[in-house]
Design a protein around this ligand. Structure first.
Ligand code: GAL
Length: 360
């Protein structure tokens, strides 16, 4: 054979070899199995941590990782997942923006025998969601409700009445209803008994939900409620906030309206232990947050990925709770904890999640 012909044959062989590997979910050059990780946004601290934990732990386990953030844009997330499929990812780990928007692209993945793990948020109305790994979302709400119950001493409040306002998360996120229901189930008996009084009268999920978990929207909604119902000096004792991005907006609104820590600043709940919020907890502008150790969730998901790739049984601990409209998705639920100014050192600093400087 002439040299040029030999080179050509070699090139064709390499190309063939590469495409076979890509089809098998392996990166042609490294020979490693490729995993796609789709995260919703970089705009909230927690998702950055989720993404980098997942990337580090998957690489440590010997996989190639295609990590993408979708800027809270469901259409962009679809494009990114399409890319992951084309690039030969063998397993997709997806924290969705709109849990119901991914049906067609997930169907494509299923056709190609790619396994899908819903990360933190459930993928809705699809039969192409193989597993779900999350924190116990109902328990998150329960802990928030119980924090309010014990901090105000509701069980022994007698004739005392406390004024409460409630918020809920994004309606396109299946978790949002679980958080709200968990909290509401604890608070409802006190609302019924009149111990908790919702001055605005707003209790329906649709009326109190904040699309996109936006800080600014929560702030604007709190501004509205303060001027409509509290401008006359009516006391506000407690605000149920499902997570930290909302809690931040609520605290900003209260501060702007002249509420002062140690004087009339209400109890505010939260979730995620974002740095800005833990600083607020230390400054008295938020009472608690839910600690969801993203390292635990990442560990669990990496275990799932390994089991899938090696054809072993995937560990789950809940096969009843998460109905996505088409099927009940086998789930692994991690345990959330509450953090406040009394236990944050042990929970967040001693565990290496944050340094003291992060919260200074
Ligand atoms: C939820 C998640 C929460 C919170 C929220 C806003 O799906 O479970 O921890 O981060 O999204 O991003």
């Amino acid at each position: 054979m002439k040299t040029t012909k030999k080179i050509l044959v070699l090139l064709v062989a390499i190309a063939l070899f590469a495409s076979i590997f890509t089809m098998a979910g392996c990166d042609a050059l490294s020979g490693k199995t490729k995993i796609g990780v789709a995260m919703p946004t970089k705009s909230l601290q927690r998702w950055n941590q989720d993404g980098s934990n997942m990337e580090a732990k998957l690489k440590e386990a010997g996989y190639d990782v295609d990590l993408q953030y979708a800027n809270d844009d469901p259409a962009l997330q679809i494009t990114q997942i399409e890319g992951m499929i084309t690039n030969g990812c063998k397993v997709l780990v997806i924290a969705s923006i709109d849990g119901s928007a991914l049906g067609p692209v997930l169907a494509t993945a299923k056709d190609k025998k790619i396994k899908v793990i819903a990360y933190d948020r459930l993928l809705m109305n699809t039969d192409a969601c193989d597993y779900y790994a999350t924190f116990d979302n109902y328990m998150v709400g329960t802990i928030q409700g119980q924090y309010i119950e014990t901090t105000l001493g509701l069980a022994s409040a007698g004739d005392k009445v406390y004024n409460l306002e409630m918020f809920a998360g994004s309606p396109d996120d299946n978790n949002a209803r679980f958080f709200f229901q968990g909290a509401y189930d604890v608070l409802k008996p006190y609302i019924d008994a009149g111990t908790l009084n919702i001055v605005s009268g707003m209790t329906a999920f649709e009326d109190i939900a904040i699309p996109g978990w936006k800080t600014e929207s929560a702030q604007a909604k709190m501004d509205d409620r303060l001027s409509a119902f509290y401008a006359d000096g009516t006391k506000l004792d407690v605000v149920l906030s499902p997570n930290d991005s909302l809690a931040l907006g609520i605290a900003n609104s209260l501060t702007a309206a002249g509420f002062e820590v140690g004087v009339d600043f209400p109890i505010i709940t939260g979730q995620d232990c974002d740095k800005a919020n833990m600083k607020n907890v230390l400054a008295g502008k938020q009472s608690m947050s839910i600690f969801k150790d993203t390292r635990d969730l990442a560990d669990q998901v990496v275990k799932m990925v390994k089991a899938i790739v090696e054809g072993k049984e995937v560990e789950v601990n809940d096969t009843k709770t998460y109905d996505n409209g088409v099927m009940i998705v086998p789930s692994f639920l991690c345990v959330p904890k509450y953090a406040d100014k009394n236990n944050y050192k042990e929970l967040l600093i001693d565990s290496g999640y944050y340094t003291e400087a992060d919260l200074a």
